[in-house]
Ligand binder design. Structure first.
Ligand SMILES: Nc1nc2c(ncn2[C@@H]2O[C@H](COP(=O)(O)OP(=O)(O)OP(=O)(O)O)[C@@H](O)[C@H]2O)c(=O)[nH]1
Length: 483
């Protein structure tokens, strides 16, 4: 019983379960806290308790030492009482304590005063806080007052801490604003425009316009795939307006955009559909990989989205993936699909597709074709045959022959138009992959040379990445100007 009381002196104000029990933990607490052992009267007693058995005062508890020391009363008495019991032993061991504490009768008598003192300590109530002296100095408000100010549950933490509530909330993902077509076009053509305008800006740094500069500009525009004709148009206009004067890169890009617009305007036409034909047949040709199948999918999406009944035919019987790819596009766009087995006669499929589309009263039939230029003779023969068999069902069919051109191929695209125009009677163009190429200028050269309508341009693989071709906005995008 007595040892229990002694323990209680040291565990004052702390529930036992919170106290360190391992020697190491105790030492840590003692070392970490200057208060341990400094409690009046307790400082000499602490070491006397065997470590393993002790429930040491929790050094971190600032209340006990302060109260006991400043109150001035009971703690001093305890010290005295402990001295009287002879329990004080700076180097005390476990054996020394039971000598006194374990004794019956007289020992209780000896310990009784100690108990009284302990009880006095427990019963001790700190004096009410003194009324603060009024001063002119700004007194920091007590924490409780601050808490009250901020409302319950908003503790004021020391500097360097923050409550979880104060943690900045992660911004909810903001839906990306949908870019306008011009913004997408400009972004798609940014490589072409930055390449071109960068070179122009480098050429026109503080230079008066002279013959040499004009020649350099012409070379630069030709190298940018714009073609000799357009390059000369730009330099002629620039010379007429600014010869001998200071010219900035921006002056040049503005004149260039205006001249490109003039070249493109006559070819920027809408794709006319004669819906008196049931169906209006669109044959899509072009070198493999130029984007025929993808473009058919994009066109089908636009047309079926407009409420037209669309059928697509997988006339590229040369490549299994092309058939599968077109089937996926048909499913995606709600179009009818007709295909045949790999290696089958493409003209036979085109004929069958036309018949079925007529029977089903489709508005539009779009026929995909193979594009392997490596076997040019065979390919050309196949294309000629397709055109021939379609003509048997309708002398005007195919009503539109579209050629896809891959912008990344640059000058090569000029020859491709030449070839397919002669064989398949191409009467309209779609340029794909204008996104991410520095060679978008080729469309200007093709337009100037072939003067074929350019109906659409592709600036990505997505279903929405095909837009009607507009001369002015294309010219401005290629020159990096704002619309
Ligand atoms: N970045 C970009 N990629 C495109 C565009 N149009 C098509 N493509 C991609 O170009 C690749 C070839 O496209 P296809 O539609 O298969 O070309 P194809 O002419 O049908 O090819 P073959 O079937 O081999 O004759 C595919 O990976 C398309 O996703 C475009 O405008 N921009």
């Amino acid at each position: 019983m007595a040892i229990g009381f002694i323990k209680r002196v040291f565990t004052f104000g702390k529930p036992p379960e919170e106290q360190p029990t391992s020697p190491g933990a105790i030492e840590e607490v003692a070392a970490a806290s200057p208060n341990v052992g400094t409690v009046a009267g307790a400082e000499d007693v602490v070491p006397a308790v065997p470590v393993a058995d002790a429930e040491l005062p929790i050094a971190a508890d600032p209340v006990l030492p302060v109260e006991v020391e400043t109150a001035g009363g009971p703690a001093d008495d305890i010290e005295q009482a402990v001295e009287e019991t002879g329990t004080e032993s700076p180097q005390g061991s476990e054996a020394e304590i039971p000598e006194v504490l374990a004794s019956e009768g007289p020992a209780d008598e000896v310990v009784a005063p100690v108990i009284e003192k302990i009880e006095a300590v427990e019963a001790f109530e700190p004096a009410p806080p003194e009324t603060p002296v009024e001063t002119d100095e700004e007194v920091e408000p007590p924490v409780a007052a601050l808490e009250a100010d901020q409302g319950a549950g908003s503790p004021v933490l020391p500097k360097g801490f923050a409550t979880v509530e104060e943690r900045p909330r992660e911004e909810a993902p903001v839906a990306k604003p949908k870019l306008s077509w011009f913004q997408r076009l400009k972004a798609g053509l940014s490589r072409t425009s930055s390449h071109l305008t960068g070179q122009i800006a480098a050429l026109f740094t503080k230079r008066k316009l002279d013959e040499e500069t004009l020649q350099d500009l012409e070379d630069l525009l030709i190298q940018a795939d714009l073609g000799v004709e357009t390059a000369m148009r730009v330099t002629d206009t620039l010379s007429a307006e600014r010869y001998g004067k200071d010219v900035t890169g921006e002056d040049v890009t503005r004149i260039m955009a205006a001249e490109i617009t003039k070249v493109l305007k006559p070819v920027a036409k809408p794709l006319e559909l004669d819906l008196s034909h049931k169906p209006h047949v669109i044959l899509v040709v072009g070198v493999n990989g130029t984007g025929k199948t993808t473009t058919i999918g994009k066109l089908a999406a636009k047309l079926s989205g407009a409420g037209l009944k669309v059928m697509v035919a997988a006339g590229d019987t040369f490549r299994a993936a092309a058939i599968e790819q077109l089937k996926i596009w048909a499913d995606r766009t709600g179009s009818e699909f007709i295909g045949t087995k790999l290696g089958a006669d493409a003209a036979g499929l085109a004929y069958e597709a036309f018949k079925q589309a007529q029977e089903k009263k489709s508005d539009i039939l779009i026929i995909d074709t193979a594009g392997r230029l490596q076997n040019k003779t065979e390919l050309m023969a196949e294309l000629e045959k397709i055109v021939r068999v379609l003509g048997k069902l309708d002398p005007d069919a195919p009503h539109t022959v579209l050629q896809t051109l891959d912008a990344t191929t640059g000058q090569n695209a000029l020859q491709q138009v030449e070839i397919f125009r002669n064989v398949a009677g191409v009467n309209g163009l779609i340029m794909t992959k204008l996104d991410g190429t520095a060679r978008g200028g080729i469309l200007v050269a093709i337009s100037a040379k072939h003067k074929l309508p350019v109906y659409f341009i592709g600036v990505g693989e997505g279903v929405d990445d095909l837009e009607p071709f507009e001369a002015e906005e294309f010219a401005e995008a290629i020159a990096g100007l704002s619309h």
